[in-house]
Design a protein around this ligand. Structure first.
Ligand SMILES: *Cc1c(COP(=O)(O)O)cnc(C)c1O
Length: 387
């Protein structure tokens, strides 16, 4: 039968205990998630500012749908580029202090647009080993076009410099997450920028987890390090995490963005996201800009969690972001801990290899501005009990 091979592989995945299953939420994304008829305290989302269920944003999306309809009708370059899309690009660029921005339906598509479009035949790509899967796939597409690629050990600037110094490629592209999605730590962006200058490379930064959270007004990781716009920078940010809606942007110089618009296949050959999403994102952006109180609460909750778990049998990685990974070690132990928390009404997913290195299975605790001090206290007490 045609499906035999697939069935055998599925059986193997199951026998290794690596089958994934989806939990069905019976409520909007928020601090409480209704699952299987139970109310769970949610530490499993990337909704860092608690905006996914925000009523003002939902209203902007509903009004947008009534005004602009549900569908955009075509790709951006044909006839699908509506006024709300255009306005959102301008708002994002102005917010970040970059000349221009382009929006995408997802961050995955945005990363697939940047790397292979900049780095084709003869180019060399230098990528951090812990980069997000979408960047890894983007580099694979570059390689398929004849680019050379190398990975450097996580945040190892000396190794990156050796690779850059040894390369004679006329086009060099350095690619890194700003906040790493499974460790929550930051890339040394000022050092990356210095190396990009020294070796005349593009610097592509994926700020999926920094945008909205870090830096003044939530402008993200570059702003956190006080790094202003520079033409060699391409900044990608996702709009489905802290921004609470969906989609992504790439910001850069006028010329770099124009080049992506003309050339990037994952921009050109896909239908524009529905305009109501752009309407919702414009509203989200105004909330992010004025969101110092949300960020203050988020960082207070992060501090509370870190203080409360100090000295525990398992320790948190040294993360300043909303991603707080608690390293457990063995796969079975991480799964058992996640399950024990689940039984106590607390949802913190276990992350295992191959997503993270062997022996570092962990709980990926994701803190949100929507969490209360009592929520964090609840999690701390449960983990202390289980330790
Ligand atoms: C989530 C994520 C993406 C993908 O963004 P989507 O909008 O979910 O497709 C890209 N990079 C990083 C680092 C991410 O965490």
């Amino acid at each position: 039968m045609i499906e035999d091979r697939l069935q055998a592989e599925l059986a193997e995945i199951a026998s290794l205990g690596l089958s994934r299953r989806r939990r069905v939420l019976e409520s909007p994304c928020g601090r409480i998630a209704a699952v299987d008829g139970r109310k769970m305290l949610n530490f499993a989302s990337n909704d860092y500012l608690g905006l996914a269920g925000n009523a003002e944003i939902a209203r902007a999306m509903a009004d947008g749908a009534l005004h602009w309809g549900a569908g955009s009708g075509a790709s951006h370059l044909v006839s699908g580029h509506l006024a709300p899309h255009d306005r959102l690009e301008e708002e994002i660029a102005a917010f970040l202090g970059f000349p221009r921005a382009l929006t995408f339906s997802t961050g995955y598509l945005a990363n697939l647009a940047i790397v292979p479009t900049l780095a084709g035949r003869g180019a060399a790509v230098f990528a951090d080993k812990l980069n997000h899967a979408s960047l890894i796939d983007a580099v694979q597409l570059s390689k398929a076009q004849g680019a050379d690629s190398q990975r450097y050990p996580h945040n190892d600037m000396a190794a990156l410099e050796r690779q850059l110094a040894a390369s004679s490629a006329p086009t060099k592209v350095i690619v890194s997450d700003a906040v790493f999605s499974m460790d929550g730590d930051l890339a040394p962006l000022p050092l990356l920028f210095q190396l990009a200058e020294r070796y005349d490379a593009w610097l592509v930064i994926d700020d999926a987890h920094g945008f909205g959270v870090l830096g003044p007004h939530g402008k993200g990781s570059l702003a956190h390090f006080n790094l202003p716009f520079h033409p060699r920078l391409l900044l990608m940010g996702t709009l489905g995490k802290a921004a609470g809606v969906g989609g992504a942007f790439v910001a850069g110089s006028d010329i770099a963005i124009e080049y992506l618009l003309q050339r990037a296949r994952s921009y050109i050959f896909t239908t524009a996201a529905p305009a109501p999403i752009a309407c919702a994102l414009s509203k989200s952006l105004t909330i992010i800009k004025a969101g110092d109180a949300l960020r203050a609460n988020l960082f207070a909750r992060i501090g509370q969690l870190r203080d409360g778990l100090a000295g525990l049998r398992w320790s948190l990685l040294p993360s300043l972001s909303a991603i707080q990974p608690l390293i457990v070690g063995e796969n079975e132990a991480a799964i058992a801990l996640s399950k024990a928390l689940w039984e106590r009404g607390l949802w913190a997913p276990a992350i295992r290899p191959p997503t993270v290195p062997k022996g570092t299975a962990r709980l990926r605790i994701s803190v949100s501005a929507a969490h209360t001090a009592a929520d964090i206290e609840h999690l701390i007490n449960a983990l202390k009990e289980l330790a």
